[in-house]
Design a protein around this ligand. Structure first.
Ligand code: SF4
Ligand code: SF4
Length: 717
């Protein structure tokens, strides 16, 4: 795993009277334990990968409480786990990245929301929206609306997050509906403190098991004809019950302010950003006191009509701060005010953009526009607008002073085993011409950036082969689908491979077997060489494919570029029809380095011999055409001025971060580039044999170079 939380999880043992300090994501875990959950599960993905990692690291604490933990094979299996709360008073929580994970889980979620739940069921969504997001920009809100699941969006401070988790379970039970809790990246990593409570065992758990199932109740199934009754229950019973609970327990917050003829209705998760923008305008302080009254929606769905009416009735104008599109909340506020014949003017989209993250500058502009439009009593809106303008101009000035900075696209890690595969694809395309590359989710998607710029479509996690299904019969050359081993187990096995075999498809599939779900932090997957508990689960990709009927199957070490080129050419040209799979085998270098470096440090401490491989470029031989950089893209391979005063072109050079994967040498060989690469072994705690060999080599080199024996001996010492 990318990061171990072994130390931090000790905070999960805190009880009443203690103060918890830490990150938001750890606070959520503590809140789950304080809420008496009986089961937890999920599928990793930013920004909630660490939630699952914390749960895995806290397994011992959870078994003391009888909590079952499942690291699910995808989001659909995590959502289906919540089925335990349909019949039994079991509280459970699952987590994944949204919107993509919610899409995968959608079927199970609909079938969960229709019969409803007895035990509290919570889905913790990593709402990956805004700058730095890695998925399509859509909102989870639509799922809450269509399935009648309540959507919590806590203000990103730890006491609010913890209270929302605890109250979320009560809300779920009071209204018999699942709840979703969305956490943006800032909420996950916000640090703070809250007063801890004792952890609780679930009413039913692994320690106090159920005696058996309840009496058969057809109404608990999402099946006709009860689905018609369930639809009515959602609207006639669960929704009013949820609204009553939200109002009674004050899940939404009111921040009072003296500019009482205007107000802001804000999604809970955006509260801190709005307060910060108000503070920059001199209308709030750093502790969260605001001159503008605010209605903080820690529950963004359902809205409580009475709360909206009460907040707006005394105001001439309100601004709805709702990130993303469509403007569900703004529309709902307008409808509610219309129904109640309240004439408050509603500002929202227009003052604020319809797309993109509401970062500080966006809010600054939007708030200034709102004050200019609403003209609150007791505030000179023109002064505020000038202030906003000045702040924004300052940033523009700083940007201009910096000039144009070079773009820094994300790329593979140094020594990544996936990079050589794309070097090979480039070399193959030089010979056979370009072909359609069907990309996927995972580290290999970095190949879409320079210097590879390979990939024509990305349709979802594990979807590359399926997304090439209609390309294959319509293109002269076979398309190449690239999929990670994480994607293979998540979805690709059935959606891609089974479908291709069933339809007697053709085409080429490359499975990157790096051993982990690497892009999300090196979590173990079914084919990993080990598991959290030690022994590997023993599922093997090659055996699985053979058992499914794949006939053309090769496993190639990724760093062997020449072999990879040969195998790819064969796959592209063979007359044999049917799916051709190349398993590109090479352990994630980041995970490998973490393991190897720790092992080497131990060896060095014990005084044992440790070697490290480095590659280098001979300045005198390098011609300066830089094909090696274009074909490998390794961040450790760069340029430096040529030491030869007669040559102006910079030469290639390998910097200290090189991990000695050998790709640059391999590429040079496979592409017949140049002989300037050399390989060196750096030996620490050298033995007498190493020293003798070194002395012997220097002596021979010295003789060949015509140096004296003395000089050689000096160099060797
Ligand atoms: S995390 Fe692993 S697989 Fe991903 S880019 Fe880095 S080395 Fe490659
Ligand atoms: S050997 Fe070459 S490709 Fe591999 S890490 Fe070093 S510089 Fe990069």
């Amino acid at each position: 795993m990318e990061r171990s939380f072994k130390k931090e999880v000790q905070a999960l043992k805190l009880g009443g009277g203690d103060t918890f300090h830490g990150e938001g994501i750890l606070a959520v875990t503590k809140a789950l334990l304080q809420s008496g959950v009986s089961y937890v599960g999920g599928y990793q993905g930013a920004p909630v990968s660490h939630l699952l990692d914390v749960l895995v690291d806290a397994k011992d604490i959870m078994s003391d409480l009888g909590v079952h933990l499942e690291t699910c094979s995808n989001e659909a299996s995590a959502a289906a786990m919540l089925g335990a709360s349909i019949n039994y008073p079991l509280r459970g929580a699952v987590t994944w990245k949204s919107i993509v994970g919610t899409n995968v889980a959608a079927d199970a979620l609909s079938n969960l929301a229709s019969p409803g739940v007895v035990g509290g069921a919570m889905i913790i969504l990593g709402e990956d929206y805004g700058e730095g997001a890695s998925v399509i920009q859509e909102r989870s809100y639509a799922y809450a609306l269509k399935s009648s699941m309540w959507l919590l969006d806590p203000r990103p401070d730890l006491p609010s997050i913890v209270r929302t988790v605890e109250k979320g379970f009560e809300l779920s039970e009071a209204s018999h509906a699942p709840v979703m809790l969305e956490l943006r990246i800032r909420a996950c990593h916000a640090t703070g403190e809250f007063a801890a409570k004792d952890n609780r065992k679930g009413v039913v758990s692994g320690l106090d098991k159920l005696a058996g199932p309840p009496r058969f109740d057809y109404g608990r199934l999402a099946h006709p004809p009860v689905i018609f009754t369930q639809e009515k229950l959602k609207i006639e019973e669960r929704l009013p019950a949820a609204r009553a609970f939200i109002r009674e327990h004050k899940l939404n917050e009111l921040i009072d302010g003296d500019l009482s003829d205007v107000g802001i209705v804000v999604m809970g998760g955006l509260t801190n950003s709005v307060l910060r923008a108000l503070e920059r305008l001199g209308l709030a302080d750093v502790f969260g006191a605001s001159r503008v009254p605010m209605l903080v929606l820690n529950v963004v769905y359902p809205l409580v009509p009475e709360e909206i009416r009460e907040f707006c009735a005394t105001k001439r104008a309100v601004l709805v701060v709702e990130e993303g599109n469509p403007d569900y909340i703004e529309q709902a506020v307008n409808v509610e005010l219309r129904r109640a014949d309240i004439q408050t003017r509603v500002f929202g989209k227009g003052m604020l953009p319809s797309a993109g993250e509401y970062a500080s500058d966006v809010l600054l502009k939007g708030l200034a526009a709102f004050f200019t439009g609403a003209r609150p009593d007791g505030l000179d809106a023109d002064v505020i607008a000038a202030k906003a303008h000045g702040l924004l101009a300052q940033k523009a000035k700083a940007t201009a002073a910096l000039g144009t900075l070079p773009a820094r696209p994300p790329t593979f890690c140094t020594g990544c085993p996936e990079r050589p595969v794309f070097s090979a694809i480039k070399l193959v395309q030089r010979e056979i011409g370009p072909t359609h590359i069907s990309g996927d989710i995972g580290c290999h998607a970095f190949a879409t950036f320079a210097p590879f710029s390979l990939g024509n479509s990305i349709l979802g996690y594990g979807m590359s082969l399926a997304s090439a299904a209609a390309v294959t019969p319509n293109m002269e050359r076979r398309p190449i689908a690239v999929m990670g081993d994480g994607g293979f187990w998540h979805n690709g096995l059935i959606t891609g491979v089974a479908s291709n075999l069933f339809n007697k498809g053709d085409g080429v599939l490359i499975v990157m077997q790096n051993g982990y779900a690497s892009a999300t932090g090196q979590q173990y997957i079914p084919s990993s060489a080990a598991s959290k508990e030690g022994p590997a689960p023993g599922m093997d990709i090659e055996q699985t494919l053979r058992a499914m009927g794949v006939k053309w199957l090769r496993t190639v070490r990724t760093y062997g570029v020449a072999t990879m080129v040969k195998t790819l050419k064969e796959a592209m040209r063979t007359a044999e029809r049917g799916l051709k799979v190349i398993i590109a085998d090479g352990e994630c270098q980041l995970a490998r380095q973490r393991r190897v470096r720790a092992e080497d440090a131990e060896k060095l401490k014990r005084g044992e011999r440790v070697t490290r491989t480095r590659y280098g470029v001979d300045d005198e031989i390098c011609t300066g055409d830089h094909s090696c950089i274009r074909l490998s893209g390794c961040p450790s391979l760069t340029v430096k001025p040529s030491p030869d005063p007669l040559r102006t072109d910079p030469v290639a050079t390998v910097i200290e971060s090189c991990v000695g994967c050998g790709l640059c040498g391999e590429v040079a060989h496979a592409a017949v580039l140049c002989p300037s690469f050399y390989r060196a072994e750096i030996v620490r705690n050298a033995t007498w044999r190493d020293r003798a060999l070194h002395w012997f080599r220097l002596t021979v080199i010295g003789w060949l170079g015509g140096y004296s024996g003395k000089a050689v001996a000096k160099a060797a010492s």
